[in-house]
Design a protein around this ligand. Structure first.
Ligand code: AHR
Length: 315
């Protein structure tokens, strides 16, 4: 028996040495939104690290927030005959033709983070958090913090993107139940620091120094951090004069909380590469029982746990 086991081990070692039966590395095309926020940068880094951990060849395309460019990048993946495509769609519209092309070419498509308005049969699954819930969580926390009476400025994410659409809907669904809570004005900031700063400068200019503003609700942390800088420059006191609420839970917002400039952020997990590649590899390995939406949970943080979160995330 020992001789037989030894011989089998030798054959296996030799086969591995010459690559016989070695599994070919999978190639995945990843069409990423861009690098507009700290959260996006963290998500991209996690995807690259997780692919490397799994020996997956990741072909990474950065659309720089340009929807047409992203669709062309996905067509490029199809033409390159990748094994699978993962898309974090810049916007929800305009995807049907491109996804039909992927299906015709037999390349499975997976959505990550964001969503599309297209026939769900055109993609295997979407691995993402619930943006509408994030808006509801923010609205409910603000309603509790203000006892249901607050005039709110809204900083909106990129027009036509699933998080901007859904966070607005979820937030409004909750605050509209309170007769004395309302969104006074909204302005787009494209999910960037610069966008949030410019939008807030406009609000300050047009709203006599935010005299009637009780809170600022931002679709992500980076726009809120930009708004905080604009408010400081105008001699205002964000976090005290106005309650500051957002989504993402990036390290910078916890530092702002500890400085007293921000009050709440709904965490959007950025380390989701493991969930995404579990689904991709499972599907390529023959699994066909994935739900259309593989839900990533959302957590809510305040200054009370900011120090603990920073300690757990590191600097
Ligand atoms: O799609 C998720 C959103 O996109 C994040 O909340 C934001 O930071 C990013 O730009």
């Amino acid at each position: 028996m020992n001789f037989r086991r030894t011989a089998l081990a030798a054959v296996a070692a030799f086969a591995t040495l010459i690559g016989v039966g070695a599994a070919q590395a999978v190639t995945v095309g990843f069409a990423q939104v861009g690098s507009e926020s700290d959260w996006r940068t963290a998500f991209s880094a996690d995807m690259k690290a997780e692919a490397a951990r799994r020996g997956i060849n990741l072909s990474f395309a950065d659309a720089d927030n340009d929807a047409a460019r992203q669709r062309a990048q996905v067509v490029g993946f199809i033409d390159a005959h990748v094994d699978a495509i993962v898309i974090a769609p810049v916007v929800v519209t305009g995807w049907t033709e491109t996804l039909q092309k992927a299906r015709a070419a037999g390349v499975p498509v997976f959505l990550a983070d964001r969503a599309v308005d297209a026939d769900p049969s055109l993609f295997v699954a979407r691995i993402a958090a619930d943006f509408n819930l994030e808006g509801r969580l923010a609205g409910a926390w603000l309603a509790q913090a203000t006892r249901g009476s607050c005039g709110i400025l809204e900083l909106e994410g990129s027009a036509g993107s699933a998080p901007a659409i859904q966070r607005h809907k979820g937030f409004l669904a909750v605050i509209s139940q309170f007769p004395y809570m309302r969104i006074l004005r909204s302005a787009g900031g494209d999910f960037t620091n610069e966008g949030g700063r410019k939008a807030m400068e406009g609000f300050i200019r047009d709203d006599n120094g935010l005299k009637d503003v009780c809170a600022v609700w931002s679709h992500n942390d980076n726009m809120l951090l930009g708004a905080i800088a604009a408010m400081h420059a105008a001699g205002l006191h964000p976090g005290r004069g106005q309650i500051m609420v957002s989504v993402d839970g990036v390290p910078g917002i916890f530092k702002a909380m500890l400085a007293g400039d921000a009050n709440m952020s709904v965490e959007l997990k950025s380390d989701i590469g493991k969930y995404i590649f579990d689904v991709v590899e499972g599907y390529l390995g023959g699994r066909r029982d994935y739900p259309k939406w593989v839900l990533i949970p959302s957590a809510l943080h305040t200054p009370e746990d900011a120090a603990a979160v920073i300690a757990s995330h590191g600097p």
